[in-house]
Design a protein around this ligand. Structure first.
Ligand code: 9MR
Ligand code: 9MR
Ligand code: ZN
Length: 542
């Protein structure tokens, strides 16, 4: 018995929907005065396979007066409070961005920026090559690799994960710059450049260090094994660089090309360097075939293994075509050839090809031929329309099938929200609204309109998850987690011990989640689960 809705809130002019598990009439009350402001009866949607039970939808779009409300059912069911306003996502949008600051590695987090979540500088020592570590070389070659964001609940820093997170955010900035302000209270606030660009620069400057002289890019920088639960500055394990992969090189080329454009206005010197580095990476790609990545024996840090680098090369080619006009022809030729072999519709770290599609669809006129752009667009729109159908069938209005509840399912949901937004940006008339509503529905799911009643963003929503798998959260002795973290979310076949033990076999996919600090396969946080959420909130902040 439940009423599930967006616990943060709804835009005044947008469609407002909740999902309930029982038929009947539902009332919306003003949270303060308890006066009934509207009523609606629940419409049966039938059995929802992802949730494993019947679902009913309550549409209360008639409610358009700003305020704070609750929804109640005849049997005494009560929803969490929610806001209706023109700007319900201001705090959410800020928290999602600020969370990245808390991942900074290699610098002290001071109270004036971090509040209670301070810690000393971590992982500042020079690092070695994993080959030297394994060989026990007496005097290993050392590198300064200080900086960047911790990837997730672990302290590793991984090139492909970094590039993808940065891409979501830099595109959000490029498309919706007015949604980004100087209010993050980070060390660089007030320096004349929008805070989100400052925060991303912290990561980009580290990523630059991941490139070798020959243009190759190390796949990752981690310890040999995951650290136990301790504060980052207490972690004394040696960090090491793992071999180059072609995915890392291609993603690096793509993100440096994009950054060279985004930073041209505020940091022309950096933009120039980024472009040179992107070209160096491209040259490496021309000279080398697919190079995969697997951990050497005994090492257990994240792999981000990927059997195909065509989507990464496609994305790189699309970005390079935009910023290196002299050589545009060869990039476009590569992009065209590879487009036939990639999906073109995914924004995740495994398949990045939608980032290439996004680059093509939003490029200045004349960069790509109309014919090629139309082909790419058609693929993206076809996917969006397939997803719209899934939304229509879903009792939760979410574009996710039972099989989509994988490790990090909240990224699947958010990435599909990004795809809808890309389509809204490229549409006209009624279609714009349709795709916007579809994107909002993905956000509603994330913020509480789901079968287990969680807001998957810490500090946002009355029943937000509280125990992310994140080492500082586990160790800092502070009751509340840092606000603004997106949880990985339900995983239909969890693999961590606590989730396997606590989630009964046969649990419906949408409910395979546990808000426990040890549950790394359902409740970790990562930079690239926050980034698509930032893209969405940036769009709805406009
Ligand atoms: O904390 C680690 C997390 O970031 C990873 O996603 C996860 C899977 O690689 O591993 C976590 O670390 C666990 C390790 O793999 C096994 N021992 C327990 C560790 C922390 O719970
Ligand atoms: O997000 C990754 C997920 O798609 C994979 O299924 C999973 C297992 O390979 O790894 C996830 O990435 C983790 C990374 O390996 C280490 N840092 C934490 C990441 C999030 O759990
Ligand atoms: Zn660190």
């Amino acid at each position: 018995m439940g009423i599930y809705l967006n616990q943060v809130g709804y835009l005044t002019g947008a469609r407002k929907v909740a999902t309930v598990t029982e038929a009947g009439t539902y009332q919306v009350l003003d949270a303060q005065t308890k006066q009934v402001v509207c009523m609606a009866s629940a419409k049966a949607k039938g059995f929802d396979a992802a949730a494993g039970e019947d679902a009913y939808v309550v549409d209360f779009t008639v409610l358009s007066k700003p305020g704070t409300y609750v929804m109640v059912g005849r049997g005494g069911q009560k929803s969490h409070p929610f806001e209706v306003s023109d700007k319900p996502y201001v705090k959410l949008h800020r928290d999602l961005q600020k969370a990245l600051y808390f991942q900074r590695c290699g610098c002290e987090l001071l109270p004036e920026h971090a509040g209670v979540y301070t810690h000393k500088a971590c992982h500042t020592k020079p690092v070695i090559l994993v080959e030297d570590y394994i060989a026990g070389t007496i005097k290993p070659q050392t590198f300064d690799m200080c900086g960047g964001w911790h990837d997730a609940g672990d302290f590793g820093r991984y090139s492909t994960a970094a590039a993808v997170a940065l891409a979501h955010i830099l595109y959000a900035y490029e498309f919706f710059p007015e949604s980004f302000t100087d209010s993050l209270q980070i060390p660089e606030s007030g320096n004349g450049m929008p805070d989100i660009l400052n925060e991303c620069l912290y990561e980009l400057e580290w990523l630059i260090k991941m490139q070798r002289e020959d243009g190759g890019v190390y796949h990752k920088l981690t310890a040999f094994n995951h650290a136990p639960f301790l504060m980052p500055e207490e972690d004394q394990d040696p960090f090491m660089l793992y071999p180059v992969s072609s995915m890392a090189v291609a993603d690096y080329a793509a993100i440096m090309a994009l950054a060279s454009n985004v930073y041209a206005e505020y940091r022309p010197e950096f933009a120039k360097k980024a472009l040179e580095n992107a070209k160096k990476a491209w040259t490496w790609l021309e000279r080398n075939p697919y190079v995969g990545f697997h951990n050497p024996k005994g090492s257990n840090t994240g792999e981000y293994d990927d059997v195909c680098d065509k989507d990464e090369r496609f994305w790189a080619a699309c970005e390079m075509a935009k910023v290196d006009p002299e050589n545009a022809e060869k990039y476009i030729e590569t992009a065209k050839k590879l487009f036939a072999e990639v999906s073109g519709i995914d924004f995740g770290w495994t398949d990045v090809s939608a980032l290439g599609s996004m680059a093509v669809m939003t490029a200045d006129e004349g960069v790509f031929s109309d014919q090629f752009t139309a082909k790419v667009s058609a693929t993206v729109f076809a996917e969006a329309d397939r997803l719209l159908e899934i939304q229509k069938q879903s009792g939760y209005g979410v574009a996710m099938l039972p099989e989509d509840y994988v490790w990090g399912s909240n990224m699947v949901g958010c990435n599909r929200g990004m795809l809808f937004i890309l389509c809204a940006m490229g549409s006209e008339g009624a279609k714009v609204e349709e795709y916007k509503e579809a994107a909002l529905a993905q956000l509603h799911y994330l913020l509480g309109r789901n079968a287990i009643d969680y807001s998957y963003v810490t500090g946002n929503g009355e029943h937000a998850f509280k125990n992310p798998h994140n080492r500082p959260t586990a160790c800092d002795g502070i009751e509340d987690p840092m606000p603004g973290w997106v949880s990985g979310g339900p995983f239909k076949t969890p693999v961590d011990e606590i989730a396997v033990k606590m989630i009964p076999k046969g649990t419906a996919p949408m409910k395979c989640f546990i808000d426990h600090v040890d549950s790394y396969s359902t409740n970790e946080i990562t930079i690239y689960w926050n980034s698509p959420a930032i893209f969405m909130t940036a769009f709805f902040m406009k």
